[in-house]
Each structure stands twice: as structure tokens, then as C-alpha cells.
Design a binder for this molecule. Structure first.
Ligand code: NDP
Length: 434
């Protein structure tokens, strides 16, 4: 078994483990409560908590009801069946630290299209009204919080007793193993990849499904959809569509190729993505701001442009690696570094690092348009309340931390070659500033 390493120092890890475990679940409930029952006003919720204390939180915490479990179970089963049965190209993932190459079936676009068409058809033909999902949102989040925790325990036990590959192992501390995960590519049977399910088909798909849900709820409540809601929904759908278009590229990123399946990534995708990532839309349901056609179109164009640039950064890296550097980057032959590294089994391998195009501006330039796009689908909410902006602030902190984590990991993987890259491309995220 390969030894798993701690990503942060033990102190940072313990603090983040404890805060994630204790603060995130109540935060999800308080965010939902504020958006749906407290007019989106953080001060109203804080006033309520000041008055009623912990008992107040317990009182507003919805019980996971039978209908919530039914909605989650039907959605999960539907997505799992699409993942298993829809046809798709065979795609190989990157070489893992233990020298394995996971194989995937790239059917994300088909699953995305089938999901949205099915959901909209259920509404259109009067079979299932998405407003029901919005009306039971608190109970659904509550069920997800507990259900996903149990699922993470299952992942831990599976990693211990029945790992799917040699890319699995313990760091010797049960809490850290539970938090960062045991297995890199856990599977059920040979083909059902658990991380593809949790991160892509459950988490990212729920983002699109809930964006549509919020839009329909506003329509059902008011008989019309405000332009702010429309822009928010379109921009979030453009972003999620981009994600599924590029899904096999995602299988080469840190989330899949480096982060093990534990509480950090899996609980995040099963609970945090549906609740926090969709929260600007959740706010807009009861706040139908009217932007006017001109402003709405400007925000829409800027948002699409940012998502496109973010996509193009990822595409450039993927194409560069796929062609082994034999492609054009911004119309020219790419400049690159041939970086040697050693796998955990002691073999020497090489990777190419692109040092021109987007990847020559800064080492993680792709995070800039990612953050801007999130700001642009939130700004239709205007500035009456702070809470709709929570996701953008969270994302900024997450990506700055991620850039550091990735730099640290690449430094230890590539050594002097990474140092060379840092000399050629000195900024971490924002060119000329950071
Ligand atoms: P990536 O994994 O795509 O990029 C980092 C990896 O790429 C490194 O670990 C390294 O891996 C390789 N690499 C680094 N520099 C170079 C280079 N110059 N040339 C070639 N390869 C290089 O990053 P992320 O997973 O962070 O991001 C992927 C996408 O997901 C982005 O669009 C990002 O914005 C988005 N994202 C969104 C989040 C959200 O919550 N909304 C969160 C995180 C990401 P190797 O070991 O192979 O060399």
C-alpha cells in the first residue's frame, strides 16, 4: 500500500478537519434558512440566533423527511444508471503516483443532456413539479448532510478493507485518513467510479438541476422570471455545460488525480456544491431584481467570456499534454519545460510543463476567470445583502489555498524543474500582483 501524505501541516489539518466537521453542516442549514425564510438577511438570522442561541438552531434545523430521502434516492439512482449505461468513449486518466492508469467512460455530456431534458419534461408534462424540490430544500440538505457523512464512513471502511487499486493507503491517523481519504480511485466493481459519481454526476449535476429548480420556482410563484434570475440561471448553466463538455479533462485535475476520496472532497461535492454553489440562485427566488435589458446583456456577455477563458486555459493544458507539446498555443509553437520526476514505485518519468499561452501569464491564471464568472452570476442580486456573495468569497479563498497546495505538490514532484518554471513564470495567480 502506498503511504498517503498530509497535504497541510498537522495543525492546519486538525483545525480544518474540526471546523469542516462542526461548522459546515450548521452553516449549510443557516444559509438555506436565511435565503428562504429570513429574506436573505444575515443580520436577521444572527439576531434570531442571538435571541434563541443553540436551541434556535436546533429549532430551525429541518428533519430529513421521507420525501427528501425519496428525491435524493431517485436522483442518485437515475444518475448512477446514466453513468453505467449511457455509451461513451473509453478515456485513460493520467498516470497515478503508484503507476496505475484508470480508465473511464466519457458519457458526461449525454448524462447532462438526458438529466436536464428529463427534468424539464417531468415539469412540462405535469408529472413532477421542481417547486417541490425548492419547498423541501431544507429537509433535502439535512438528509444530504447526514447521508453523506455515512457515505464517507463507507469510503473509509472500503479503503481499509477492500481498496480498488494500489493507489490507496493510510497516513497512520484515522481522523486524517477519514478527512483526506484512503483511495485515489475507489470503484464499485470494475467500472463504477465513485469519484466520478460524487464529484461530477451528483455534485456538478445537482448545480444545474437546482439552478433550473430556482428559476421554475420563481416562475411558479410570480408567473414570470425576472431578468436577474434569468442571467443567473443561464450563466450557471453555461458554466456547468462547460464542465461536462470538458469532463474528461477534469479527470486529469487535482480533484481526481491527486485528492483521495474522503470527507474533504466527497462530502464537499455531495453537500457543499448543491447548497453553497447554487446559493446566489436560491437567494434570487424571493428577490426578483429587475436589471433592465442593457445591464442584463452586459453581465451575460462578460460572464460567458469569463467561462470561455476559464475553459480555454484548461483546454490549452489538456491539448498540450495530449499532443506531447506538438500543438499551437496562441498560434505559435509552445515554450515548455521537460520535467522529470520519480513515481512512488521508483520509476523515472517525465511530464511537460507549458510556459506560454495562459500558463505563461501566471501558474494558475485559470482561477482568475473562474472567480470573475462566479462574481458575474451573483451580481444580478445587486448589493442589498452580503450573503449571495458568500460563494464568490469562499471560492476565492479555496482557489488561493488550492494554488498554494498545488505549487507545494508540484515542487515536491518536479524539484528543480518546478523551480525553473517559477523563475520563468513568477506569479502564482494574478499576473504582476500575486
Ligand atoms: P489543474 O489540476 O487543472 O492544474 C494543476 C495541475 O496541472 C498540476 O497539479 C500539474 O499536474 C499540472 N500543471 C501545472 N502547471 C502546468 C503547466 N504549466 N503545464 C502543464 N501542466 C501543468 O487545476 P485545478 O484542478 O485546480 O483546476 C481545474 C479547473 O477546475 C479549473 O478550471 C478551475 O478553475 C476549476 N476549479 C473549480 C473549483 C470550484 O470549486 N468551482 C475548484 C477547483 C478548480 P501534473 O502532476 O499532471 O503535472
Amino acid at each position: 500500500m502506498a503511504e498517503s501524505k498530509m497535504v497541510h501541516s498537522p495543525l492546519v489539518t486538525y483545525v480544518s478537519v474540526l471546523s469542516l466537521l462542526t461548522l459546515c453542516p450548521p452553516f449549510v442549514i443557516l444559509l438555506w434558512y436565511t435565503m428562504v425564510h429570513a429574506d436573505g438577511s444575515l443580520s436577521q438570522t444572527l439576531g434570531y440566533l442571538r435571541l434563541h442561541g443553540l436551541q434556535g438552531l436546533i429549532n430551525i434545523w429541518p428533519k430529513p423527511t421521507a420525501i427528501a430521502w425519496k428525491i435524493i434516492a431517485s436522483y442518485s439512482a437515475f444518475e448512477a444508471l446514466l453513468q453505467i449505461f449511457l455509451p461513451g468513449k473509453r478515456v485513460e486518466g493520467p498516470l497515478s503516483p503508484a503507476g496505475n492508469k484508470p480508465v473511464y467512460k466519457a458519457n458526461g455530456v449525454a448524462a447532462y443532456a438526458v438529466t436536464l431534458i428529463t427534468y424539464l419534461s417531468l415539469w412540462w408534462f405535469g408529472i413532477f413539479n421542481p417547486s417541490i424540490v425548492y419547498d423541501h430544500l431544507g429537509e433535502i440538505f439535512s438528509a444530504l448532510i447526514f447521508g453523506s457523512f455515512i457515505f464517507c464512513i463507507f469510503l473509509y471502511i472500503k479503503g481499509r478493507v477492500a481498496p480498488s487499486s494500489t493507489d490507496s493507503g493510510s497516513c497512520g491517523n484515522i481522523i486524517i485518513d477519514f478527512y483526506w481519504g484512503m483511495e485515489l480511485y475507489p470503484r464499485i466493481g470494475e467500472n463504477f467510479d465513485i469519484k466520478v459519481f460524487t464529484n461530477c454526476r451528483f455534485g456538478m449535476m445537482s448545480w444545474a438541476v437546482l439552478a433550473v429548480t430556482y428559476c421554475i420556482k420563481q416562475y411558479e410563484a410570480n408567473g414570470r422570471v425576472a431578468d436577474s434570475m434569468l442571467i443567473n440561471t443561464i450563466l450557471m448553466l453555461v458554466y456547468v455545460s462547460k464542465f461536462f463538455w470538458w469532463e474528461d479533462g477534469y479527470w486529469n485535475t487535482m480533484d481526481i488525480a491527486h485528492d483521495r476520496a474522503g470527507f474533504y472532497i466527497c462530502w464537499g461535492c455531495l453537500v457543499w456544491v448543491p447548497s453553497i454553489y447554487t446559493s446566489p440562485g436560491m437567494y434570487l427566488v424571493n428577490h426578483p431584481v429587475n436589471l433592465g435589458a442593457q445591464l442584463a446583456v452586459y453581465i451575460l456577455i462578460a460572464g460567458i467570456l469569463c467561462t470561455y477563458i476559464n475553459y480555454d486555459c484548461d483546454r490549452q493544458r489538456k491539448e498540450f499534454r495530449r499532443t506531447n507539446g506538438k500543438c499551437l498555443v496562441w498560434g505559435k509553437a509552445p515554450s515548455k519545460i521537460q520535467a522529470a520526476y520519480t513515481t512512488t514505485t521508483g520509476e523515472t518519468k517525465t511530464s511537460l510543463l507549458l510556459t506560454s499561452g495562459w500558463w505563461g501569464l501566471s501558474r494558475h491564471f485559470h482561477y482568475v476567470p473562474e472567480i470573475l464568472a462566479a462574481f458575474l452570476w451573483t451580481v444580478p442580486a445587486l448589493f442589498n445583502h452580503f450573503l449571495p456573495y458568500f460563494y464568490v468569497i469562499f471560492l476565492t479563498i479555496l482557489l488561493f489555498d488550492r494554488a498554494k497546495r498545488d505549487d507545494d505538490r508540484c515542487r515536491s514532484k518536479y524539484g528543480k524543474y518546478w523551480k525553473l518554471y517559477c523563475e520563468k513564470v513568477p506569479y502564482r495567480i494574478v499576473p504582476g500582483i500575486y
